[in-house]
Design a protein around this ligand. Sequence first.
Ligand SMILES: Nc1nc2c(ncn2[C@@H]2O[C@H](COP(=O)(O)OP(=O)(O)O)[C@@H](O)[C@H]2O)c(=O)[nH]1
Ligand SMILES: [Mg+2]
Length: 219
Amino acid sequence: MEIKVVRKVLDANEKMAEQNRALFKDKGVFVINVMSSPGSGKTTILERTLNNIMPGIKTAVIVGDVSTTHDADRLAKSGAPVVQVNTDAFGGDCHLAAHVIENAASQLDLDNIDLLIVENIGNLVCPAEFDLGENLKVVVLSVTEGEDKPVKYPLMFRVCDSAILNKIDLLPYLDYEKDLAVESIRKIHPDMPVFEMSAKTGDGFDAWTDWLKRCVSEK
Ligand SMILES: Nc1nc2c(ncn2[C@@H]2O[C@H](COP(=O)(O)OP(=O)(O)O)[C@@H](O)[C@H]2O)c(=O)[nH]1
Ligand SMILES: [Mg+2]
């Protein structure tokens, strides 16, 4: 019984995601969905990404959190239009769903946007199950989270199109085996691009934005 209920929720989400995909395609908007556990650096990466790709690429952001507008406030400083979604208004969901994106996107001038970035709610489990109608999914893993997270949360790493290994500036202070982390990602998703970077120092950042720019230009 419980499985049927979950199935229905996911089927309804899939329908809405297809509608979103058609709308974004019609409007010529490329959409990426950035996911990770809380604190791995999504907002910091996006702050630097927006500074790097704008104004060349007209970008907007939808950011999800259970509560507060902290991330939207940080990202709005770039000048990009930002819509904050707080899920505590509807039960504190731990992920963004397609109907939430549809609603948030209706507050944006899609005719004037090339790239829409979604910062999902910090969680390595639920967001992986919800298609939003995006073109690409990106997972961020930071070096303070342990090398084994990809094999512990395989669905996230399977469904994503690229991975960012963030906070490499901290490696000298940790017993973290970076190669083991990359190997752990490759075990789940053998040919996925992995961008090793520090969003704090900017080290390794260009490979990520070059890839993103290429994806947007090839849309
Ligand atoms: N040392 C270091 N800290 C970082 C880096 N990226 C983010 N942080 C810090 O990690 C914390 C969480 O970052 P935030 O961007 O809010 O993560 P989010 O919850 O995934 O959006 C903040 O204190 C950031 O300053 C990085 O590359 N290196
Ligand atoms: Mg954030």
